[in-house]
Design a protein around this ligand. Structure first.
Ligand SMILES: NC(=O)c1ccc[n+]([C@@H]2O[C@H](COP(=O)([O-])OP(=O)(O)OC[C@H]3O[C@@H](n4cnc5c(N)ncnc54)[C@H](O)[C@@H]3O)[C@@H](O)[C@H]2O)c1
Length: 461
């Protein structure tokens, strides 16, 4: 098929590159000329495992065509997939202006029978409103809006796109939904030919996914629903995942007061199939470009339809206090006055496997420590440059872990990149000023750390 992807960020570029690799002709449209230039040169404008290779191949084979011009792409497309940003406004509501503006541009240049697939995460009702806006434009044009929410996770985005555990498609027209399903099936057919091992190192759930993917035929993974249901599935899924994390963080606080170990507790709890282990991780809290805005958006929208979403409000409140909870631990370790104390923060991206620093709890932690007068050194394998704009004050940007912890009184694991988890405790011990470890992701080997003479502090352990 010939497809236009509108918005080539984390979702759009990954989807576009994978669709092109699967044999489709894919136009990637973005209003940001710099991003389009980078893609044209065969690279991604952000770090995502395996993505550069697919882009380079797509550009070479001319299956992937980056452009800033709708008119060069939309008239030739069977499907236009909207992947633009849906950021939060100050009051928690979702800014949908990019969606409507993209929709209007698509409508202007489209041929009849175009399927407009909406992949951005939006409040329920957005697809219907988009339909209304476009129908009020040129009434003679025929098109269908379908909702096809995206479930990829940054850090394993290419892998997730190749191994879709569910394909949710919502809309009124069975024909339009089927067109979208057929397009996505092209990825599924292609994915069996790909060795995904390299793409899975940052995925927390890849084994289960591969098993499920291999065992479950494509058609059984398709969930065909109404337009509104599809939109609500996506925000509900994200709200539920944040609830699991905040729940684990709440139990961790009880562990801290009682001597229970959160890892042991959640192992025992998560083995219950009704609960599941995934996302029951205590740590620094959740962040990123999706969870914070999607929970805020759902709370706001629930309010609009007359429901006070108290559970989700509590989940957000708990998360907002999580970095401060970790700061209280820093004080317990180093005392009330942090002025001039050297602290190393390892990891700045909001999760491992990505250079994305949007609403990163690690950066909030760094900014708090700076305000308290600590001498902060930071290191991240991929996100150092990206973090600079969000760090409010002076820090030392280290080039590796050794440089980061040299002379340090405390190292904090803030993002669980494998290279930051698998540090050489024995070697590093010699270069610390005081060997204190605060494991804000509960990923360091506590026994090993203690064995090599460190003081170890975790979250709920
Ligand atoms: N990032 C994720 O992990 C993820 C996962 C699932 C769903 N989502 C959802 O997908 C959507 C996109 O997220 P993202 O992280 O890729 O965002 P992003 O900010 O990385 O990318 C959005 C892109 O859209 C472009 N854009 C804005 N207006 C445009 C227009 N009118 N025409 C063409 N391009 C335009 C921007 O320049 C930008 O490159 C959001 O709704 C997000 O909630 C994101």
């Amino acid at each position: 098929m010939t497809v236009s992807i509108v918005g080539t960020g984390y979702v759009g570029l990954t989807t576009g590159a994978v669709l092109a690799a699967a044999g489709n002709k894919v136009y990637c449209i973005d209003v940001d000329a710099k991003k389009i230039e980078t893609i044209q040169s065969g690279k991604s404008h952000f770090y995502e495992p395996g993505l550069d290779k697919l882009i380079a191949e797509g550009i070479k084979s001319k299956k992937l065509i980056p452009t800033t011009r709708y008119r060069n792409a939309i008239p030739y497309s069977d499907i236009a997939i909207i992947c633009v940003g849906t950021p939060s406004k100050g009051d928690g509501s979702v800014d949908l202006s990019y969606i409507y503006s993209a929709g209007i541009s698509i409508h202007q240049y489209m041929k009849d029978e175009l399927v407009i697939a909406q992949k951005s995460t939006v409040p329920v009702g957005t697809g219907r409103k988009l339909e209304r806006i476009l129908r009020n434009g040129n009434k003679s044009k025929k098109f269908n809006v379908v909702s096809c929410p995206e479930f990829l996770a940054e850090g394993s985005a290419v892998f997730d796109t190749l191994n879709m555990d569910r394909i949710v498609v919502g809309g009124d027209s069975e024909k339009a939904k089927q067109k979208m399903i057929t397009l996505l099936e092209s990825i599924d057919k292609f994915s069996s030919k790909i060795n995904t091992k390299e793409l899975t190192k940052y995925s927390t759930v890849y084994k289960n996914k591969v098993i499920y993917h291999n065992k479950t035929p494509f058609k059984d993974r398709v969930i065909s629903v109404g337009l509104e249901s599809a939109e609500l599935i996506k925000v509900t899924a994200n709200a539920f995942l944040t609830t699991k994390i905040s729940f684990a963080n709440s139990i961790a606080r009880i562990c801290d007061q009682t001597g229970a170990d959160i890892l042991e507790v959640m192992e025992g709890v998560g083995r219950d199939e009704r609960i599941g282990k995934a996302f029951l991780y205590a740590g620094l809290g959740w962040g990123g470009g999706c969870f914070p805005k999607d929970t805020a958006g759902l709370i706001y929208h629930a309010d609009e339809v007359g429901f006070d979403f108290k559970i989700l409000k509590a989940v957000v409140d708990l998360n907002n206090s999580q970095v401060l909870y970790v700061i209280r631990k820093v004080h317990k370790i180093l005392g009330a006055d942090l002025e001039g104390k050297k602290i190393s923060v390892l990891g700045l991206s909001f999760k491992p496997g990505t250079s994305d620093v949007r609403i990163s709890p690690s950066i909030r932690l760094v900014n708090n420590l700076i305000r308290k007068g600590a001498k902060v050194t930071v290191y991240d394998p991929k996100a150092l440059q990206e973090a600079k704009a969000d760090i409010d004050g002076s820090v030392h940007y280290a080039n590796n872990v050794d440089e980061a912890v040299k002379g340090s009184e405390l190292a904090i694991l803030a993002t669980d990149w494998p290279e930051l988890v698998d540090i050489d405790f024995k070697k590093l011990k010699k270069i610390f000023k005081r060997p204190n470890l605060l494991d804000a992701r509960n990923k360091w080997d506590k026994e090993q750390a203690i064995k090599f003479g460190y003081k170890y502090f975790g979250i709920g352990r």
